[in-house]
Design a protein around this ligand. Structure first.
Ligand code: BES
Ligand code: MG
Ligand code: ZN
Length: 491
C-alpha cells in the first residue's frame, strides 16, 4: 500500500474517510460536506449514535449532491497515537469486504494523519502468497491511501520512521508465516544476505566455523537435520561514536520437532514459528536501517532445525558449550536455550555489548502464564526492566518480569555435567528455569534481558493492529526502547 499526504481538500470522487475523535465537532471539511449533502452526515451520525468511539464507523453510500461513492466517518476515539493507529483495524475489515483499492482520508491533525497511515500499514496485512484459488485470494486490495492534512510535509516527516518500523514488522511476520520447507537455515541466511541493500552488514558463520569457535551446544541441536546450522550476524552502524553496540540475539529454530524427545502432533504443527526470535531481530534491524537510527546495533541469529534422525543428539548426551560449561541434554525439546547460550557467549566475547537482549519462543509455560499479549522477561538489570516495561506500555507490546533465583538454579543440577538443559522437576516454573539456564552464560554482569515470546509471536484471534497469525511482536517494543534509551538525541 502506497501512502501519500496532501493538503486539506475535499475529494470529489471515490471513497472519503473522515477521522473523528470522540465528541469532537465536525471539522471544517466535514462541515462543508454536511452542508453540501443538506445535513446527511450529521443525520447519519445521529441515527447511528456515532460519537467517534474506537471500533465504530458510519458509512454513507453515494450521498446525494456529490459524486462521491462513499463517505465513511471513522471513530478514532482520542488523539492518542495508539488509539489512532488502532482505528485502522475497523476500517480494514470494511476495505476488504468492499474491495476498496484507493481511499482518501481526512485527518484532524498531522500526527493523526501519520499514525492512521502507520496503523493501516500494520493492520492491512495478510499472508496469502500460497493461495491460488480466486475466492481465497488476496484480501489485501488497498493500493493507495491519501491522507489530507494541514501540513502534508510535517505529516510525511512523522510518518517516514513509522513506515520503516511497519516494514520491519512485515519482514518479521512474513518470515514466521513461511513454512519450514521454505524457511530453513540456509534460506533464512540467504534472505539476510539480501538485507545488505538496506545498509546492513551481513556475515554468515557456517557449521565448520562454529565448530572452531567451540559452539558445540548450538551445533548439537541441528545435528539431526539435513540442513546445515548457521549463525548470521547483522550489523547496523548508525553512528560514528565508537560506542559499544547493543546486541539482539534471536532463537532461530526453523522447525522444532522436539528432536528425539519428539513432540506430540498437536504441539508440533505450530513449530514453524520457533524461529520467531530470529525473525523479530531481523525485522528490528531492518527497521533501524530504514529509519537510519542513530545507534550501533548487532543482531545475532542462531539458525538450526531440530529434527530426530540417526544423527540427532540423544537425551543424556553431554555437550560442552562455547563458555566451557558442560550441559547434559536430558530433553532434546529444550533446545532453544542450547542455541542461545552459545550465541550469548559469542556475542559477549566478540562485541562486548553495552546491553544484550535475547528473543526466543522458548517455553510453552510462558503462554500458559501470560497469554498471547504479554511476553515474559527475565533480567539481571532493574533499570533495563523499567525501561523496557515503559516501552511496552507505550507500544502496547507488553512485558511482565518473571523471577530468576536459587530455587530455579537448583532445578538445573545434573548428575554428570555442570547443568542439565531441562529442569529436573517437569512443569515446575518452566519459563524461569529456562531463564535461569541462560543467566549462567552472562559474563562480567553484561546488562541483559531475556524476552520469552512463545506466547506473543502468534495470535489465534488477532489483536489491535495485529491480524490473525504472526504478530511481529517485539519490533515496535525494541525500536521504541532504542529510540528512547540508546539513541544519541542529536546527529
Ligand atoms: N519451541 C518450544 C516452546 C514453544 C511452545 C514455543 C509453544 C511456542 C509455542 C520449546 O523449544 C520447547 O519445546 N520447550 C519445552 C521445554 C521443556 C521440554 C523443558 C516446553 O515448553 O515444553
Ligand atoms: Mg523444543
Ligand atoms: Zn523450540
Amino acid at each position: 500500500m502506497k501512502v501519500q499526504f496532501s493538503p486539506l481538500a475535499l475529494p470529489t470522487q471515490g471513497t472519503v474517510i473522515f477521522l473523528m475523535a470522540q465528541d469532537a465537532p465536525l471539522s471544517t471539511l466535514a462541515q462543508k460536506l454536511d452542508d453540501q449533502t443538506q445535513g446527511a452526515l450529521s443525520r447519519a451520525m445521529r441515527v447511528e449514535q456515532f460519537t467517534g468511539k474506537k471500533n465504530t464507523l458510519v458509512n454513507l453510500v453515494a450521498p446525494a449532491h456529490t459524486e462521491l461513492d462513499r463517505v465513511i466517518l471513522l471513530g478514532v476515539e482520542s488523539q492518542a497515537e495508539t488509539d489512532v493507529q488502532q482505528s485502522a483495524d475497523t476500517l480494514v475489515s470494511y476495505v476488504e469486504t468492499f474491495n476498496l483499492t484507493d481511499i482518501h482520508a481526512i485527518a484532524e491533525t498531522d500526527s493523526q494523519a501519520a499514525h492512521f497511515a502507520y496503523g493501516l500499514q500494520l493492520s492491512h496485512y495478510r499472508f496469502d502468497k500460497y493461495r491460488t484459488r480466486a475466492e481465497l485470494q488476496a484480501k489485501c486490495v488497498l493500493e493507495t491511501l491519501t491522507v489530507a492534512t494541514d501540513d502534508p510535509k510535517a505529516a510525511q516527516a512523522l510518518y517516514l520512521p513509522l513506515e520503516a518500523v511497519a516494514e520491519g514488522v512485515k519482514v518479521t511476520r512474513d518470515l514466521i508465516w513461511e513454512p519450514a520447507n521454505v524457511v530453513y537455515p540456509e534460506s533464512f541466511a540467504q534472505f539476510c544476505i539480501c538485507l545488505k541493500e538496506h545498509g546492513l552488514e551481513v556475515e554468515v558463520v557456517n557449521s565448520y566455523q562454529m565448530g572452531e569457535l567451540g559452539m558445540t551446544s548450538l551445533l548439537g541441536v541441528g545435528q539431526g537435520s539435513k540442513h546445515e546450522s548457521l549463525m548470521v550476524i547483522l550489523k547496523y552502524t548508525g553512528t560514528q561514536d565508537s560506542d559499544e553496540p547493543i546486541a539482539f540475539l534471536g532463537k532461530g529454530v526453523t522447525f522444532d520437532s522436539g528432536g528425539l524427545s519428539l513432540k506430540p502432533n498437536a504441539s508440533m504443527n505450530t513449530m514453524k514459528e520457533d524461529m520467531g526470535g530470529a525473525a523479530t531481530v531481523t525485522g528490528l534491524m531492518v527497521a533501524l536501517a530504514k529509519r537510519k537510527a542513530n545507534v550501533n546495533a548487532i543482531g545475532v541469529l542462531g539458525l538450526v532445525e531440530n529434527m530426530p534422525s540417526d544423527k540427532a543428539q540423544r537425551p543424556s548426551d553431554v555437550v560442552t558449550s562455547m563458555s566451557g560449561q558442560t550441559i547434559e541434554v536430558m530433553n532434546t525439546d529444550a533446545e532453544g536455550r542450547l542455541v542461545l547460550c552459545d550465541l550469548m557467549t559469542y556475542t559477549q566475547r566478540t562485541f562486548k555489548p553495552k546491553a544484550m537482549f535475547d528473543l526466543a519462543t522458548l517455553t510453552g509455560a510462558v503462554l500458559v502464564a501470560l497469554g498471547e499479549e504479554i511476553a515474559g522477561i527475565f533480567s539481571n538489570n532493574d533499570e533495563l526492566v523499567e525501561k523496557i516495561t515503559a516501552a511496552g506500555e507505550a507500544e502496547q507490546e507488553y512485558v511482565w518480569r518473571l523471577p530468576l533465583g536459587g530455587q530455579f538454579d537448583r532445578l538445573l543440577r545434573s548428575e554428570i555435567a555442570d547443568m542439565r538443559n531441562d529442569g529436573n522437576k517437569p512443569r515446575i516454573g518452566g519459563s524461569s528455569v529456562a531463564g535461569q539456564f541462560l543467566s549462567r552464560f552472562i559474563e562480567n554482569d553484561t546488562p541483559w534481558v531475556h524476552i520469552d515470546i512463545a506466547g506473543t509471536a502468534w495470535t489465534k484471534e488477532g489483536q489491535p493492529n495485529k491480524p490473525k497469525g504472526a504478530t511481529g511482536y517485539g519490533v515496535r517494543l525494541l525500536d521504541r526502547l532504542i529510540k528512547e534509551q540508546f539513541e544519541a538525541k542529536e546527529k
